[in-house]
Design a binder for this molecule. Sequence first.
Ligand SMILES: *[C@@H]1O[C@H](CO)[C@@H](O)[C@H](O)[C@H]1NC(C)=O
Length: 507
Amino acid sequence: MFISSAISCVSVVYFFSSFVTAGRPSIDCNFEDSGTRVSDREDSCIYYYCTSRRLWELRTCAFGASVPKFYRKYYSHKRTKLNLCRNAFSTECYQTVLERKKGEPTPPKPTPRSTTPTTPRPCLKEGQGRCPGGGKCCGDLQCDNKGICRPLEDFVCPVLGEGCLGNHVTNQECCKRDPIDTNIILNLKCGPGKTCCVTEGGECEENSDCCEDQNDVVCKIDENNPEEPKTCSRVEECASLKEKCGPSSAKQLDCCNDVTQLQCSREATCCAERGVMCSGSDDCCRGLECTAKTCQPPTRIECPSPIDIVFAVDTSCSVADIDKDHLRTFMTEVTRAFNIDDNLQDGVLVGALTFNQGYQHTAYLADGKDDGKLLNMIENMNLTEVGCKTNTFTALDVMKNIYFTQDHGERPAAKNWAIVMTDGKTVPPGKQAKTFKNADALRAMGTEVLTIGLPQSDGSIVGEDEWLGIAGGIKENVFTPDFSKLRETLVSIGGRLCGEQNVYVNT
Ligand SMILES: *[C@@H]1O[C@H](CO)[C@@H](O)[C@H](O)[C@H]1NC(C)=O
């Protein structure tokens, strides 16, 4: 009599009370599964609820409801949308979550009424209809918009992946805050398919979590905070191979660097860097060639000992623009050919200046500590002449007094090489003696001086005697290519500086 009246009275009165985070089931709680439940095999009073935060939260069946034995076994390794607290009666499930948290002993269960209920009309059970006119719902059951009694938890605002508005029993918008922890803002909205989806900036697991009506928004990791969960974020546009880039381009895009390493070239187009796949040399950045399907320097020079090289490049008016571009490519190939590094085993440092009327700075030896920075300085070196002079004496002077000083990165343990590239003789001619004197002064401090003599824009050769004089009369230190043969000159110079056997040419 006692048991049967208790069942009739309370067995259908159950609801979820509050929750504490407890041990998690061994199966994952994903976004797709939010709202599903898993039972605890050991404890008939609790089950786990998968939240939109991908957390299993512990919930307690209260007031005599419990998870039936079969459910406990069956749903401990399977998710279900079923309300697990049903169809059973357990004398142990009076404990409230608060007590569970405190670890307090179970309070004595309330004495069930042993007399016939005085309510004339029985309350409506879960799934029973025509509330509120046809009767009140039992316990904490609520009357939904179709007049059916439902458990309270069905009235929680819909979370990610659940139907919303007309697709939800309560006709509710998606949860603005986590129904469990209201400190958590969910960034949900009722998306185009009347399903809750994540708005821009909200946490997500997959692209399909992000609302479809947001263009260019994907679920991705913030590269600056890779530890943080993914969020629905706008894809940043970037320029692909051969597309326009940089501040001077219309859209001012950076080159895409996530998959392949691309650089924005001097010509403001994206080019493939060293080691990147290519289909032809015009894919590759300056100073690289497409070799065996990747961009590689055409020449590699592996010096057995450290050296410091400073180039002085003549940009006087007699050098044609097309030849200046050859010079730029040559200087870039030089920088890519050596192992640019300041280590004292085999590191090579490169500095550069230009000269005409006076000299202009390009890069110090010290800039080679960062080979990317040096490469950028060299590729973008300013070859615009300033005045129509060839002040070779000035170039040699600043090489000695500025460029080959420890203040600007010169290493006493590395051999110094000064390389003068010019298409003619010292202007004004009366200063030629000063040119020779300054070259001698460089040699006196242990720097070997090399000249690369180039033809003038009309093809004539002017200045062979001076080139030999600058090189101290050493014929092996004078190179006389034309502008289209500078790559071969790099191979010869590499042999002179580091030994022919240490020069590798791509074929
Ligand atoms: C290059 O140098 C010239 C002469 O000094 C100067 O007028 C010009 O602005 C420079 N160009 C750049 C891009 O710095």
